[in-house]
Write a protein that binds this ligand. Structure first.
Ligand SMILES: [Fe+2]
Length: 387
């Protein structure tokens, strides 16, 4: 929700007659809103009535079982050890989850003609590898490597990749919206001068002609852990125009402008998105602290209120041994963590870092799935022991 956008044709006044070219039949207006009618919203204008559905049936999707007796400890696992196949929906492997947040990865090996709507959760699809286009009622949204695709709950969409040679996505689901932190906006809603991004860094969908097709179109609808297949009698991307604040958009990790200080600044300085139950921070290449005696590596800390997840994207991570692209570390709330032996000393005098990583701090504990058990680095919890 970075700013107001208008795409395609909309009537001069909302909630008034808007006729098709025949001058008799109406476009069908749909208000798409959050927080009931009190949050941000958009108005979409369809060729056909949006509620039309021909059949509904529940379907089973293979799940990622929870590791029910997993010990409370530090975890390091490699998501790349759990390669998957399938489309952007069926290829998902869940690694971590709680009632507000689900984290999964997928190696997408094929496109699908199915449409998908997550009715229960907002999604961020981080495109680790791959490029393509997202199609939705809002139009076409091109994406490339390291784009965050921010998708509001309830959006009907498809992801189409340019090719499937090496596609990997990291998906973050949230039961509350991904918001831009309040302190990055001024009193008028514009991003402030000291925000780590600017409105033009956020890319909204582009117009495509509405698809006027009747037939049978299959939509997979997710509600919490249940999936349904809806058969729609018309193509869902039948929108002639829309406007408002609620729409999918992209933001590229490389566009994040980090802040540096004289001495070590705490993790909230890397904030990118917030939800009601967790936050997302971006670690990107930056100069280190410039006090002559600064220690660039973080001090040991107990994040007593949050589970800390790091998804490693690229480069050398200065405070951690043995992590690589696709690694995830989980440092649960209430137990201290920080640099491993030698990493603090090694950071002294360093001028810059080229790391790229995404941090997710959840305010309620995460549960691990059997995928973690399968891909974890044994003895990671002992990696701080000084020999
Ligand atoms: Fe931390």
């Amino acid at each position: 929700m970075p700013y107001y956008v208008k795409v395609g044709k909309v009537p001069p006044k909302r909630h008034t007659t808007f006729y098709k070219e025949d001058g008799k039949s109406l476009y069908r207006e749909e208000l798409f809103s959050t927080k009931g009618f009190s949050g941000i919203y958009s108005n979409k204008y369809h060729l056909y009535m949006p509620p039309q559905v021909e059949s509904v049936k529940e379907i089973k999707m293979e799940g990622s079982p929870e590791w029910s007796d997993a010990p409370l400890k530090y975890y390091h696992f490699s998501t790349d050890k759990k390669q998957s196949n399938g489309n952007f929906l069926t290829a998902r492997n869940i690694f971590l989850k709680n009632e507000h947040c689900v984290l999964s990865t997928a190696n997408v090996s094929e496109d699908t003609g199915l449409f998908y709507r997550n009715s229960y959760a907002h999604e961020i699809v981080f495109v680790h590898h791959g490029e393509g286009e997202m199609f939705s009622e809002y139009g076409k949204l091109p994406f490339e490597q390291w784009d965050y695709i921010v998708i509001p709950k309830g959006t009907t969409y498809q992801l189409k990749f340019k090719d499937h040679k090496n596609v990997k996505i990291f998906i973050i689901e949230s039961d509350t919206p991904f918001d831009i932190p309040r302190h990055f906006r001024n009193e008028y809603g514009q991003l402030t001068e000291d925000a780590p991004y600017y409105e033009r860094d956020f890319k909204p969908p582009q117009f495509i002609e509405p698809i006027d097709k009747l037939g049978s179109f299959q939509l997979i609808l997710k509600v919490a852990n249940r999936y349904f297949e809806y058969s729609l009698p018309h193509h869902p991307f039948d929108v002639i125009g829309w406007d408002g604040f609620l729409y999918p958009y992209t933001f590229n990790l490389k566009e994040y402008a980090p802040k540096v200080g004289k001495i070590h600044l705490p993790p909230p300085i890397h904030l990118a998105f917030v939800t009601e139950h967790f936050v997302i921070c971006n670690f990107v290449p930056r100069l280190f602290d410039f006090h002559p005696d600064a220690i660039p590596a973080p001090y040991y800390h107990s994040n007593v209120d949050s589970d800390e997840v790091l998804y490693y994207v690229h480069g050398d991570f200065m405070s951690r041994t043995g992590v690589h692209e696709g690694s995830v570390t989980l440092h649960p709330m209430g137990i201290p963590h920080g640099p491993q032996p030698g990493k603090t000393e090694a950071s002294i005098g360093k001028k810059e870092t080229d790391e790229y990583a995404i941090m997710i701090d959840t305010f309620t504990p995460l549960k691990v799935t059997l995928n973690v058990k399968e891909t974890m680095v044994e003895d990671y919890e002992h990696s701080w022991l000084e020999k």
